[in-house]
Write a protein that binds this ligand. Structure first.
Ligand code: ACO
Length: 309
């Protein structure tokens, strides 16, 4: 099916860099445990920034790549997040206000935890097939206030960040997608009124090491592509071991797989967004390249896209 081009990109993160050593002030842990189990070396906490601040910062950087005319033709603004600052208005409407985007633009939030940004790409592509022209898609999370800082099994894993892209309909582009949900409330959740993330880590791990490569392989089959046809792989940056396992199972060359989990930890819906923005910024992916992005998370959900950019 027809695809999308990326016209602009940007990212932002929390204002306080917290190393694994720093995490020892909260819980009994070590740099060695965190690195060997997850690949995480540090994360950012947004102490003096709201989720909206980070989303707007990333969004403004993405929009700065556009001409004023292109900016005036943004007709969709979607924010993927499970940690909005407010129940309403939506983060998307608030970002529109910050960026001076108004008028005939649809603004909405997507809540699908770590699959959120990939689902946002699917949604954006579907909207374009029904006439939308240009969509600002942001993945943004402020997870630090949702963490139990006395639970070492979870608090070392997450961080705060935002990533954004401006997408434009591309009739010559390629787009394949796959989504799935295996409802399970009990192994990963966060109650709105008792906002501490709870997770049965090993069960999420088991889900992810099969869901990610299965999703990737099915995407290749559907698109009639081989693993070598893809220029860049971006998996949800939750855990280096999960990513390495998918890379091994799928037979991907390691240098094609983008990694930044060491710098940010797991930033949920922001993870694939930040990785994609960093890839573009460093010119590690360019116009016309084919990329695969796969997310997974609470729900449990998973989703992937295989697209030219
Ligand atoms: N520092 C030191 N020791 C720790 C820490 C820590 N931060 N956390 C746990 N431990 C200890 C435990 O207490 C336990 O010790 P015990 O046996 O004496 O009780 C031991 O380490 C092993 O704990 P497990 O929880 O069994 O460790 P596991 O090998 O499963 O690794 C991890 C935990 C890294 C969380 C792993 O299960 C994992 O990566 N799961 C997937 C999680 C994930 O990807 N979540 C995100 C997806 S969804 C989303 O992003 C919202």
């Amino acid at each position: 099916m027809a695809g999308m081009k990326i016209l602009g990109w940007g990212s932002a993160h929390g204002d306080r860099c917290v190393s694994n050593e720093d995490m020892k002030q909260y819980v009994d842990t070590s740099d060695e445990w965190i690195r060997s189990k997850t690949g995480i070396g540090q994360r950012y906490f947004a102490e003096n920034k709201s989720n909206l601040d980070m989303a707007a910062e990333a969004g403004a950087k993405a929009v700065a790549h556009l001409t004023p005319e292109e900016k005036s033709e943004i007709d969709g603004l979607v924010v993927a997040t499970f940690t909005p600052d407010m129940a309403t208005p939506s983060m998307a409407a608030e970002v529109a206000g910050r960026l001076g985007i108004s008028g005939k633009v649809m603004t909405l939030d997507v809540n699908s935890a770590c699959s959120g940004f990939v689902y946002g790409l699917v949604l954006a592509n579907a909207l374009m097939s029904s006439g939308f022209r240009r969509i600002l898609l942001i993945g943004s999370e402020k997870i630090s206030p949702m963490m139990d800082m006395e639970d070492r099994r979870t608090c070392v894993l997450f961080g705060d960040a935002a990533g954004a892209v401006v997408l434009e309909a591309d009739p010559d582009g390629e787009f394949e997608h796959l989504e799935g949900t295996e409802p399970n409330h009990d192994i990963l959740w966060c109650d709105r009124f008792d906002p501490n993330i709870r997770m049965a880590g090993q069960e999420v791990y088991r889900f992810a090491v099969s869901a990610v490569p299965e999703c990737g392989e099915e995407l290749l089959r559907r698109a009639g592509r081989t693993v070598e046809d893809v220029d860049r792989y971006i998996f949800h940056q939750a855990n280096m071991r999960i990513i390495r396992s998918a890379v091994r199972k799928m037979g991907i060359s390691e240098e094609k797989c983008f990694l930044n989990v060491e710098q940010y930890g797991n930033t949920s819906a922001a993870s694939v967004a930040v990785a994609l923005a960093e890839c573009l910024e460093r010119k590690e992916i360019k116009r016309g390249d084919r990329m695969m992005a796969v997310g997974f998370g609470a729900g449990l959900t998973y989703g992937g896209v295989l697209m030219t950019i």
